[in-house]
Design a protein. Structure first.
Length: 183
């Protein structure tokens, strides 16, 4: 744990200005005063990401809005060739980098309220708090199940995906939205 409060978590990032965009610094400074990133700040950040992608010429840029209120990027299903793929991934990264820390702070507020530095611990804690696994379920048990590919919970459940996103696991899942940035 590198913070024990949302203010401490924000301070952790504000103390590293080299990794923050100017936009993130402004939003996080205000969030620090408010005691956390607000829903409005979070949604404005994601709107900024979408606008950035649209301004770069991509169409049908959508976000996966999860049951816990978090967003996850939805990548294009089809990218015509390797050069366009490489450019699209760079553009996506650049647009996301402008809001990444805001998203990470808000995600922690929702799904990693104890600010675990171990992603598995945060993920499992979120699952337990949301009654998606038994309270006795542990990160070690998850590690064993993952290694055997025999999970005792459904990775395709949007609520499970919400806990995953809140703890910086991003993955495709059955039933997720699809898009094509080139149509």
């Amino acid at each position: 744990m590198f913070a024990n409060s949302i203010e401490g978590y924000i301070d952790y990032y504000l103390a590293q200005p080299a990794i923050l965009s100017d936009y993130e610094t402004t939003v996080l400074t205000k969030a620090r005063e408010l005691g956390g990133v607000s829903v409005t700040q979070y949604e404005q950040a994601w709107s900024r990401y979408k606008q950035c992608m649209t301004d770069l010429g991509y169409k049908n840029v959508i976000l996966d809005h999860l049951p816990n209120g978090l967003y996850q990027r939805v990548m294009s299903d089809t990218i015509p060739d390797q050069a366009k793929y490489d450019k699209a991934m760079r553009d996506d990264d650049d647009c996301y980098d402008d809001i990444a820390v805001i998203a990470q702070v808000y995600n922690a507020q929702i799904g990693n309220v104890h600010f675990y530095t171990d992603i598995d611990e945060g993920f499992i804690d979120c699952l337990r708090r949301n009654s998606l696994v038994p309270i006795s379920y542990t990160a070690d048990q998850y590690s064993e199940e993952r290694a055997s590919q025999q999970l005792s919970f459904n990775l395709n459940d949007p609520e499970v995906v919400g806990c995953a996103v809140a703890n910086n696991y991003f993955y495709g899942y059955e039933g997720e939205p699809h898009t094509n940035w080139f149509q």
